[in-house]
Design a protein around this ligand. Structure first.
Ligand code: MAN
Ligand code: CA
Length: 309
């Protein structure tokens, strides 16, 4: 069927519908015969009215296509937009995660720094402790060595005392076949007073006339000398003097000095020095000094042993 036929059939059908309604009833007041006429008059019935319909249809179709295209475009754009928003959301979420991770890392760094500071402090304390302990242990080692030296010195005295018990009076020691007495606990005396002390015990001031004797006696007085004190506080009178004749040194029995163990520069008779004293010097062969006889110091007695064949 052609467009033209369609259009005329549409008009006919429309007329038919209007007429059918009119013929069916006249009771309807809404549609007067004049109205029917007007409706019938308003509908275009001639041939030229078909063109606008076609044009309108085409325009509508084109518009529909355009609308559809716009719709599709908007849909695509919307999708892109929502996709972009999703991406932005993802980025935001990623950024938030990174920020959280960064904050956690910063916190960890702060905690680690604190821990490091604590450990450094602890390490410093341990270092001080170690230095302190090392120093203490060195001091202990020194003390141990000192005690060991003292023990060996005392051990070396055991035979002297045990022999002293057999051959000498109580408190005297047996040395180089002679008995010696060191009044360690007596108050210091002048040379003459010291000599009288020894004579009262049956002896005299000591004669030190061999290198062996000066070595043994010096070692003995060294073992009783406090190294913190002056060497002059460890001085002992012995039986040598030049009181009778200046620079003629004699032993108590009148024998003249032959072998001597003066310190360098002695005897110097500095301030009238006529009596011999021995000191706890490093070198026992340079242990003597001439000192003023009225000085107060300790002394060494000597006497014959008993039971020596
Ligand atoms: C110094 C030296 C000695 C002297 C004493 C006296 O030590 O001059 O020769 O006998 O002093 O105390
Ligand atoms: Ca002197």
């Amino acid at each position: 069927m052609s467009d033209r036929e369609n259009s005329s059939s549409f008009v006919a059908t429309f007329d038919k519908l209007i007429c059918a309604d009119d013929s069916g009833t006249d009771e309807n007041p809404l549609y007067s015969s004049q109205d029917k006429q007007q409706v019938s008059m308003s509908m275009p019935r001639h041939e030229s009215s078909r063109i606008p319909y076609r044009l309108l249809t085409v325009i509508l179709a084109v518009m529909a296509v355009i609308l559809l295209a716009i719709n599709i475009g908007l849909g695509v754009y919307y999708n892109q937009l929502t996709g972009g928003q999703q991406t932005i959301k993802d980025i935001h979420s990623e950024v938030a995660k990174l920020q959280a991770a960064y904050s956690a890392a910063i916190q960890e760094r702060i905690d680690a720094k604190k821990q490091l500071d604590r450990e450094l402090g602890e390490q410093q304390r341990l270092k001080w402790d170690l230095e302190h302990q090392t120093k203490r242990s060195k001091d202990y080692e020194k003390q141990i060595h000192k005690i060991q030296d003292e023990v060996s010195e005392l051990k070396s005295l055991i035979p002297l005392f045990s022999m002293g018990c057999r051959h000498c009076n109580t408190g005297w020691i047996f040395l180089h076949l002679r008995c010696y007495y060191f009044p360690f606990h007596e108050l210091p005396r002048r040379w003459n007073e010291a000599r009288q002390f020894c004579q009262k015990l049956g002896g005299d001031l000591a004669v030190i006339d061999t290198p062996e004797k000066t070595v043994s006696i010096t070692n003995l007085i060294k073992s009783h000398h406090d190294a913190e004190r002056s060497i002059y506080q460890g001085a002992y009178w012995f039986g040598l003097s030049d009181v009778e004749e200046e620079n003629v040194w004699k032993w108590p029995d009148g024998r003249r000095l032959t072998e001597s163990y003066w310190n360098d520069g002695e005897p110097n008779d500095d301030n009238d020095e006529d009596c011999g004293a021995t000191y706890p010097r490093k070198n026992p062969l340079k242990a003597w000094n001439d000192a003023p006889c009225n000085m107060y110091m300790k002394w060494i007695c000597e006497m014959e042993p008993h039971d020596i064949i």
